[in-house]
Every structure is written in structure tokens, then in C-alpha cells.
Design a binder for this molecule. Sequence first.
Ligand code: NAP
Length: 272
Amino acid sequence: MTRPTPARSIPARPASTRPPRHVLVLGGTTEGRALAAALDGRPGLRVTSSLAGRVARPRLPAGEVRIGGFGGPDGLADWLRAEAVAAVVDATHPFAAGMSHNAALAAAATGVPLLVLRRPGFAPVAGDRWHRVPSLAAAAGLLPGFGRRVFLSSGRQGIAAFAGLDGLHFVSRSVDPPEPPLPRSLEVVLDRGPFTLDGERALLRGHRIDVLVTKDSGGAATAPKLTAARELGLPVVVVERPPVPGGVPVAPDVPGAVRWLEQLPWCVDPVG
Ligand code: NAP
């Protein structure tokens, strides 16, 4: 007679024994949130989004979030080492040039692969009356030639560039109120995109705007103001974006950033 083999519990084999690869997303943008959502929960990945802490009530990305500066490029490099970061995606706003510069320096110092995720800039179409300028200061210099009532959609942080223009009336839109120095004649519209074409038409007409100032941020969320300006025949002063740090690869969208992560040597399992 054969004796029954005593039951034995076999320990479950873990799906993977290697620790999750840590991806840092430098965010504060629609693309940063979309990338975090695309990566969050993928097997073998840990995703942390970093926000500067500028906005009082930010839209939080999926996954882990840290808020506040790192303390310059050295602070970021220390953070990358301490948190065993395997890749950084700089998905900051095209005008957050300081953070992009720091990320490039920290990546070079640590050897951590870095990608810039940067949406394409706005593209003019027939009927646009655009005036491209290299800076907010240059935009301020052009304005007196275009009329008296200015819609500033360039954000609250650069508003000081327009503070000396006492002959003009400004309507400024931002998520949080701007801080001094401010133009003498200023109305503040507190709002957060995405904005609709109907809303933009109403805003430009309602405030009897003569000229619009925008950064070349790109993206669908803020493009309707340009359509509305074209329809109304208004001039638009477009501030050109700063360059991406040299030698850093760029993806124009979230699928491109996911493909970049997938081709990294450590990425055994597709993440997308
Ligand atoms: P910035 O001038 O390039 O950066 C200044 C400093 O802020 C950096 O050196 C860094 O401080 C800290 N910082 C910036 N982005 C950070 C991030 N994602 N995580 C942690 N620290 C960050 O940046 P900014 O133009 O003030 O923009 C700040 C944030 O707002 C960015 O996340 C950006 O994506 C978002 N944003 C900017 C604009 C814009 O027009 N500039 C528009 C929409 C959203 P430390 O040196 O201490 O690390």
C-alpha cells in the first residue's frame, strides 16, 4: 500500500524579485499628469511626480507625489541617488527653463537617463497677426503700438515685465492672484484651463481687448484664445520659448515618452 504523500505548502514565487524601477516625472503640466497616469500601476515601475508648489491647490497626478524644490542641480542629483531613480522625464512647462537646466545638470552628474517631454509650440495659420518676441520684456516694449487694452495670458509669474506701462489697461488671467510689482491699471481673472472658444471670444469681446500677449506654450488647452483673436482680427504678441538643454532627447507627447522608457536597457517589460 502506498502511503499518501503529506501535503506540503509551496511558497508562491514572487512575480519578480527585482525592486521596481523608479521613474521621476518633473511635472506641473497636463503632459506630466498624463504620463504619470500612463505609468502608474505598471508592473516593475515606481513613479514619483514632482511639483514645484507654486499653485495653492494643484491638480495632483496619479501615483506618488512630492512637492517643492530640490535645492538646485546638486540637490536634485542627491535626490536621484538617494531614491535610486532609474530615469527622469522632464515634463515641466516649456518656460520652466530653470528646472530643465537643473535636470540636465543632475542627469549628467549621476548618469541617470533624462528625457524632455515637451509639447510642440503653437503653429500660426492664415489670418493670424502674430508678432514673435524673445522675452516678456520685449513683448512689453511692443505693446504701446497696438492699442490700450491688453489681455495678458502669459501667467502671473512674468507680470512684473508690464508693471511700468502706465498708459495701458491690462486684463490678466492666472490660476492664483499675481503679486507685485503689478501694472497700475489691472483686472485679474482667476481661472484655470482648458478654455473654450466661446469663452475666449466672450472674454476678448467683453473686455474690449486690443491685443493679446501669450507665451508659446503650445497645447490644446490654451489654443482657443488664438482662434478667438484671429476671428476678431486682433494682433497677438507671442513670446518664444527658451531652448531645451543641449544633448537631451525630446519627445513631443506621452506615447513618445513611454517609447523612450521602453528602450532603456533596464526596461525588460514594456511599460506602455
Ligand atoms: P523654473 O523657473 O524653471 O524653476 C525654478 C525652481 O523651481 C527650480 O530651480 C526648482 O527649484 C523649482 N521647480 C520648478 N519646477 C519644479 C518641479 N516640477 N518639481 C520640483 N521643483 C521644481 O520653474 P517655473 O517656471 O517657476 O515653473 C514652476 C512649475 O510650474 C513647473 O513645475 C512648471 O512645469 C509649472 N508651470 C510653469 C509655467 C510657466 O509659464 N513657467 C506654466 C505652467 C506651469 P530647486 O532649484 O530648489 O530644485
